[in-house]
Design a protein around this ligand. Structure first.
Ligand SMILES: C[S@@+](CC[C@H](N)C(=O)[O-])C[C@H]1O[C@@H](n2cnc3c(N)ncnc32)[C@H](O)[C@@H]1O
Length: 191
């Protein structure tokens, strides 16, 4: 929403976290905020302007050419966490989770944080996205590999307890009309 974008840009300009704006609400806006607003007016995603996105309360570092995490991906992650909780409550130990097309690690890293007992592996074809995912996975047990999901992890054939994926999702031949997606998400992530 516009409000969420405005808060993200203002917080970054003021050098505070997403909940830190209240303490600076009476301060003059830092001049750099005007530059951020101009870029946002040109439909650059707020997350790329500030270089990070917030997803399920966690910060994900981004870079140009990396897919910006979308809020609806939370539904997949919540479903994955529910299923893993079910497996763990049935006595399963160290369930194996594979994330195909990991992007900046949105799903793999969140699952690894929320389900520390899981062994989580993500694969991502784009070098710049895989590098971002590795940075975002620091401090978690998630392992990010750069490679093609179509040939991923032969060593795990028949052993994965859960496979999650948010692959390129626009049918070839269809266009998307949102400039934030069309002009800034990499084509490899969309088609
Ligand atoms: C829609 S994005 C989703 C990223 C992340 N999973 C998320 O939900 O935020 C799809 C990702 O798949 C990657 N990708 C596309 N083809 C791939 C392939 N053959 N193997 C691995 N990754 C691939 C893209 O580079 C992109 O990062």
């Amino acid at each position: 929403t516009a409000r969420a974008d405005a808060r993200l840009l203002a917080a970054h300009a003021c050098g505070v976290g997403p909940d830190g704006l209240d303490g600076v609400s009476q301060a003059p806006a830092p001049p750099v905020l005007e530059e951020y607003v101009r870029r946002r007016e040109e439909r650059e995603p707020a997350e790329l302007i500030v270089g990070h996105a917030w997803f399920m309360g966690q910060r994900f570092e981004l870079a140009p050419g990396v897919f910006v995490p979308k809020p609806e991906t939370q539904e997949i992650v919540e479903e994955a966490i529910n299923r893993l909780s079910g497996l763990l409550s049935q006595g399963k130990t160290s369930p194996l989770v594979v994330d195909l097309c990991a992007g900046p690690g949105t799903m793999a890293v969140t699952i690894a944080r929320r389900v520390p007992d899981a062994r989580v592996y993500g694969i991502e074809l784009s070098q710049v996205a895989a590098q971002a995912a590795r940075r975002n996975a620091r401090g978690t047990a998630a392992c990010i590999v750069q490679g093609d999901a179509c040939e991923a992890f032969p060593e795990f054939d028949g052993c994965a307890d859960l496979v999650v994926t948010n692959p390129p999702y626009i049918p070839i031949g269809l266009r998307t009309s949102a400039p934030e997606v069309l002009n800034y998400d990499p084509p490899l992530a969309l088609w």
